[in-house]
Write a protein that binds this ligand. Structure first.
Ligand SMILES: Cc1cc2nc3c(=O)[nH]c(=O)nc-3n(C[C@H](O)[C@H](O)[C@H](O)COP(=O)(O)OP(=O)(O)OC[C@H]3O[C@@H](n4cnc5c(N)ncnc54)[C@H](O)[C@@H]3O)c2cc1C
Length: 390
């Protein structure tokens, strides 16, 4: 019933990814093209080219679109290895938001939309973004507050509204927009998703925000849709089904974040273990001081717990279950545990931990946001508790 042994194919893929990350990607971490708003397009291009050459691009996409169609359990193994460098998911084209957007397009988009948007995205040619969150009083934790509208005019929809915190918007090739849909008779059909290329009138970049994290190409943007006209064929799936589709893709998307960040947490922990084995204070190695050793032991415990939560949820998803409760639990646990792991790694490394001489401080800064995006911890707890109250 419970089998944690990877298959020979999974083990071989994990070994290949591990070697790729260690031999090719980690040496790129010193590249000055890592900016406060993420790796530049040029750095991303170089990384993607390396993964393409290694046959490690977009592994979660089906072979028809150039991937290997790996299942969630295999993704758990492979994405963790990829996350061992924060540049790994960028290189392998499995970073947010592209990875989740590919997942959703493959399941919901029409054949024409797949050819136009999914195929080039999976090939690593351009990037995408997912435009949901709005400044107050619009949609945030509560998607029902969605204020952006798509008004039907003949065979077109006219989209107006403001979004923010949109990862990768600056420089993306296309966007998926969540908007409240009003039909030609003025009826509110609910939320729908629309696909649009970015090089059209009616899309304005307001600013790229300065945030704590720095691992997503393009950073996070505030933007305005001002009379953006999209044709009927731009609708992703069915009108009025936007929130349902978001739910379908959210559980796997939350989990892939956990997988990648688990790899980053392992990296921070490994760096800390290495340092505390070599550095001495008060006549012995740091790791031999109980106060340090216990922190590293807690890291080991939480890495294990996070991995088990991910594997179990991946197993449920592979059985065709929605696993929304389990993915909520995994998301809260991983986001908080991984933050604690990075924090402890920093602490036991003293001043070095706080500098950018190692990856630890970068991981700490980056992973903090994971407690907010894909649903803040409090919202997941609230939804788990609500189920208990029924
Ligand atoms: C780095 C980063 C990248 C992001 N990328 C994207 C993106 O690509 N596309 C996109 O659409 N959005 C993106 N977001 C936005 C993200 O999804 C939202 O920040 C998140 O949904 C929370 O919405 P909000 O910021 O409006 O917080 P608010 O809705 O203002 O909530 C603020 C806080 O209130 C608390 N809270 C809310 N509801 C409850 C409740 N029921 N019970 C208890 N406490 C509660 C929580 O602590 C929450 O953090 C990103 C955010 C970050 C930080």
């Amino acid at each position: 019933m419970i089998d944690f042994e990877p298959t020979p194919e999974q083990a071989a893929l994990v070994a290949q990814v591990r070697e790729f990350i260690h031999e090719r990607v980690i040496p790129m971490e010193a590249d000055p093209r890592r900016t406060a708003h993420g790796p530049t397009e040029a750095l991303r291009g170089d990384l993607v080219a390396m993964a393409r050459e290694a046959g490690l691009l977009s592994l979660h996409v089906s072979p028809e679109y150039g991937g290997k169609g790996i299942d969630h359990r295999t993704a758990a193994l492979v994405f963790e290895e990829s996350g061992y460098s924060m540049l790994g998911p960028v290189a392998m084209n499995i970073a947010a938001p592209d990875e989740a957007n590919m997942h959703m397009l493959e399941r919901i988009a029409s054949d024409e939309q797949k050819e136009r948007y999914l195929r080039p995205l999976a090939a690593g040619g351009g990037r995408s973004c997912f435009c949901m969150t709005e400044p107050a009083p619009g949609a945030g934790s509560d998607p029902a507050a969605l204020a952006t509208t798509a008004r039907q005019e003949g065979e077109e929809f006219v989209i107006d509204g403001r979004k923010w915190m949109i990862t990768g918007f600056d420089g993306a090739a296309f966007a998926i927009i969540m908007a409240r849909t009003i039909d030609a008779q003025g009826r509110d059909l609910g939320a729908s998703m629309f696909l649009t290329p970015m090089d059209v009138p009616g899309i304005r970049l307001v600013r790229v925000l300065d945030t704590m994290d720095a691992s997503f190409t393009g950073g996070h943007a505030e933007l305005a849709f001002e009379g953006l006209r999209v044709p009927r064929e731009a609708v992703l799936g069915e009108l009025g089904e936007g929130f349902r589709y978001a739910q379908v893709s959210l559980a796997p998307a939350r989990l892939t974040h956990c997988m990648r960040w688990l790899g980053a947490a392992r990296r921070a922990h490994d760096i800390a273990v290495d340092y505390t084995r070599r550095r001495e204070a008060f006549g012995q190695r740091l790791i031999d001081h109980e106060g340090v050793g216990f922190q590293l032991a807690d890291n080991e415990i939480e890495l294990r717990q996070a991995r088990l939560a991910i594997w179990h949820t991946a197993w449920l998803l592979d059985r065709g279950e929605r696993a929304s409760r389990e993915s909520s639990m995994a998301k809260v646990y991983c986001a908080e545990a991984i933050y604690r792991i990075a924090d402890r790694a920093m602490q036991v490394m003293g001043g070095l931990g706080l500098s950018d001489d190692t990856e630890v401080a970068r991981i700490y800064r980056d992973v903090r946001a994971f407690r907010v995006y894909d649903g803040p911890s409090e919202v997941h707890r609230w939804s788990i508790a609500r189920r208990l109250g029924r």
